[in-house]
Write a protein of this length. Structure first.
Length: 297
């Protein structure tokens, strides 16, 4: 089985863009000797401290739930959907508790993607507009649903009512139709069946700050560098985002995962700091301590 041969090649990156604070949070854990691992990305909302706190809380709670499941053996779960949905509900509850405790304002929240690699399969859960991409055989495909007004705006392009560039820069494009805010969740994307991975696949998770690059351009870059290490791909994408020099550039967070490089050393990275290793208890304790202290992920 693909993932049993070794840990994937993983790279993470964060960019501030033109924002005053980093409101994205990311984490990827692929510990040595396990048949897989997981990656989590959240784009916080609520403004400044609240968005910052919300994304950290979401990632921390998802990390806790998935770490426990990983300890028990992710590959032994016949269906990860109930596990992922329970983790999402726990993350949503953590936001509500934070607001009730006076640690954040009502309405703070964020998007989330949690991708679990188990053996040679990929399962995911997502809410919001952060993207989960698969690059395979020269084609870039978005795997998860878009919970924003972007699909409706793109329909206007298909009808010929607006042009593609106007749609891409539409001021309401990023308005969310579902997010974690501590209350009812409008939409959850969590397929019943996992995706079978193949040699050569590249998986990319990203916040909406990446949307400054068109899908065609992102696919072309991956086509030229699909065989490069994940760190090279991540740096290339972030450099392209920076080169756009968009005046309203949002935070951009990125996780690149190449499942078919068994020779790559196992990685456990927290917010663009790959290589952190240690026991499950140590990692969970350190991560939760960061959230409590309010340090950036």
């Amino acid at each position: 089985m693909l993932m049993a041969e070794g840990a994937p090649d993983v790279a993470t990156a964060l960019a501030l863009g033109q924002r005053e604070r980093q409101e994205d949070a990311i984490l990827a854990q692929f510990a040595g000797g396990m048949e897989g691992g997981f990656a989590i990305l959240s784009d916080g909302m609520g403004g400044h401290d609240d968005g910052d706190l919300a994304s950290r809380l979401i990632v921390a709670e998802m990390f806790r739930a998935l770490s426990i499941a990983e300890r028990d053996g992710l590959g032994d779960h016949p269906n990860l959907r109930p596990l992922l949905r329970d983790a999402i509900l726990a993350a949503n509850q953590s936001l509500r508790h934070a607001v009730e405790a006076g640690d954040g304002q009502d309405g703070m929240g964020g998007t989330v993607i949690a991708a679990v690699f188990h053996q040679d399969r990929l399962s995911w859960i997502s809410i919001g507009d952060s993207a989960l991409y698969l690059y395979r055989d020269g084609v870039l495909q978005r795997l998860n649903e878009v919970h924003s007004l972007a699909p409706q705006i793109d329909m206007l392009v298909q009808k010929g009512e607006i042009d593609a560039e106007t749609a891409r820069r539409h001021p309401q494009r990023s308005c969310l139709t579902s997010a974690l805010v501590g209350g009812a969740i409008n939409k959850i994307d969590c397929p019943e069946q996992p995706l079978d991975l193949r040699p050569g696949d590249v998986v990319v998770m990203a916040s909406d700050g990446l949307e400054v690059l068109t899908g065609a351009r992102l696919g072309a870059m991956l086509g030229r560098h699909a065989h490069a290490p994940a760190s090279t791909i991540s740096q290339m994408i972030m450099s392209a985002v920076e080169a756009e020099d968009a005046p309203d550039q949002d935070n951009t967070s990125l996780i690149v995962i190449k499942p078919d490089l068994p020779e790559t050393a196992a990685a456990c990275s927290e917010t663009a700091t790959p290589g952190t290793r240690g026991s499950l208890a140590d990692m969970c304790g350190a991560f939760m301590a960061q959230v409590t202290r309010g340090s950036a992920l």
